[in-house]
Design a binder for this molecule. Structure first.
Ligand code: ZN
Ligand code: CU
Length: 507
């Protein structure tokens, strides 16, 4: 907070702004306590914040908003998304905007829309980003240009997927890349970094990347260090071998001298339940020597393509889509198997390609990881799934409503920090993630007593409740309340990597 001394009663009349939000409880994203202030926005940025009651009362404003009883926080930053093609194909971005998300980071889990030149159908799990026709960005520069043309309602920053690079350069993905292929992948990565990509992501658990040895990723991590970029990874295993997989990620980060982000950190699988303390201890251990953090979504179920390696009768697996058997969407794999009188594995095989929700986590583990100081929130929502995991529409309000207000897992100031300030710091997004004078005016106005996720597994495409308004780059872009609608102002920007992340060590 800063008190602008020039706003005494004599100079007030002369000042003007585009939007004045009055008498609002500011939670600024730094973790500091809430305070009541007037906030003035102009030219896309936060012009003035004044906590003196009535200090900005004399200001001329095109729009005046009464914020009494409401919270104003930085717009939420969804650090883990698969919105790569959706920011262009569905630029209103309702699933995210309606949650208060003002920035998405695309290109996670080793899959990105750019730079990509497909030879055939998109390899698994790149098919989560859309059909072959959705991939038309052979260079990262062409992708950035397409975002600018599409003018999405929210800001976009991007990682480059390792599996995407492999698919560009290799004839088959069930082997290690050769030196020549690695050199070609590095070249594409350099082009992307030069045009503002944040870093590299891997999805080493997936069939199309699992045969990439550590050395292949290490070679790709070298251009990252030169650019001050980051390494985000969907670990090689989230099951029994999770500690070994974390160790691999830390070795890559340490060797290449780049910050590591472990994507959607979890203890998956019944045999793995209860191991979160051990896992977080390993993370803390690594933090002593190198910048390490993680993201996490606030649910005990995961979702991706239907993976034969994850087929088990110990948890519920819901099929969300199936190309050959579309009518099976919404049914449990066990129900389908019973109906067809085959075992689970055979049913899963017949459904391919398909998508699924796996109820594979335990409450205690999710609570421990979500509340750990190293974790920030990312939805991992799958926008092209006809029956998407509810995290697509509900992740951020769920942290505020269910986890902070109801379960009291952490105070609201901490919840907000995990969705804004810490996220911006971790991913190097300059002048975002805090309510600060001079920062970009990405802001959310919400009612802390009523904000909640409305999306459920049975009915997942429901906008959240309690969100009043969302500003992106100073423009009122979404109205909640009874309207629950975008304002048609779409002023999101492509956010190029600016500063390298200061540190990813917990704070
Ligand atoms: Zn993933
Ligand atoms: Cu993901």
């Amino acid at each position: 907070m800063s008190i602008d001394s020039s706003t005494d009663s004599n100079s007030l009349a002369a000042r003007s702004c585009d939007t004045l939000i009055r008498n609002v409880s500011v939670i600024d994203g730094s973790g500091s306590p809430a305070y009541v202030a007037d906030v003035a926005l102009a030219d896309g940025r936060i012009l003035c914040i004044d906590a003196t009651p009535g200090a900005l009362a004399g200001w001329q404003a095109t729009h005046v908003v009464d914020g009494s009883g409401k919270v104003l926080s930085p717009g939420f930053i969804d650090v883990h998304t698969h919105d790569d093609t959706n920011v262009i194909r569905t630029p209103s971005m309702m699933p995210k905007l309606s949650q208060g998300v003002t920035t998405v980071i695309v290109g996670n889990c080793g899959i990105s829309a750019a730079p990509v030149t497909l030879k055939a159908e998109p390899p698994d799990p790149m098919n989560l980003l859309g059909e072959a026709s959705a991939f038309s960005y052979p260079t990262f520069a062409s992708y950035v240009e397409a975002i600018k043309q599409a003018q999405p309602a929210i800001n976009v920053a991007a990682l480059i997927g390792h599996t995407a690079l492999r698919s560009n350069q290799m004839d088959r993905l069930d082997r290690a890349a050769s030196d020549t292929e690695i050199a070609a992948m590095c070249e594409q990565l350099r082009e992307a970094l030069a045009h503002g990509a944040l870093g590299l992501s891997t999805g080493l658990a997936y069939g199309n990347a699992i045969n990439a040895p550590t050395a292949e990723v290490l070679a790709l991590a070298e251009p990252l260090a030169q650019a001050g970029a980051i390494y985000a990874t969907h670990l090689r295993s989230e099951f029994a071998d999770i500690l070994e997989a974390m160790d691999e990620a830390f070795r890559i980060g340490k060797h290449a001298r780049v910050p590591v982000v472990i994507s959607h950190l979890k203890c998956a699988g019944v045999e793995n339940w209860g191991r979160s303390s051990e896992v977080l201890e390993a993370l803390e251990q690594a933090q002593r020597y190198q910048p390490v953090g993680c993201d996490c979504y606030p649910y005990t179920a995961s979702s991706s393509t239907l993976d034969l390696k994850q087929v088990t009768d110990t948890i519920d697996i819901m099929v969300t889509w199936s190309e050959p058997e579309p009518a099976m969407g919404g049914k449990l794999l066990a129900e389908i198997a019973a109906e067809w009188q085959v075992d689970l594995m055979e049913a899963a095989r017949r459904l391919q390609p398909a998508g699924a929700v796996y109820h594979c986590m335990q409450d205690d583990d999710v609570n421990r990881i979500l509340s750990h100081p190293a974790s920030v929130v990312g939805s991992d929502g799958l926008p092209n799934d006809p029956l998407p995991h509810p995290r697509l529409w509900g992740a951020f309000p769920r942290v505020l409503g269910y986890y902070s207000r109801e379960q009291k897992l952490f105070p609201l100031t901490v919840a907000i920090r995990k969705m804004t300030g810490l996220s911006a710091e971790r991913f190097g997004l300059a002048e975002r993630g805090l309510v600060r004078e001079g920062y970009w005016a990405d802001l959310v106005l919400f009612d802390a007593e009523t904000v909640r996720d409305a999306a459920t597994f049975a009915d997942p495409m429901q906008p959240a409740e309690g969100l009043e308004a969302v500003w992106v780059n100073g423009a009122l872009s979404y109205l909640g309340g009874v309207l629950k609608a975008p304002t048609e102002l779409r002023v999101g920007r492509f956010l190029a990597r600016q500063a390298g992340p200061k540190t990813a060590v917990a704070n």
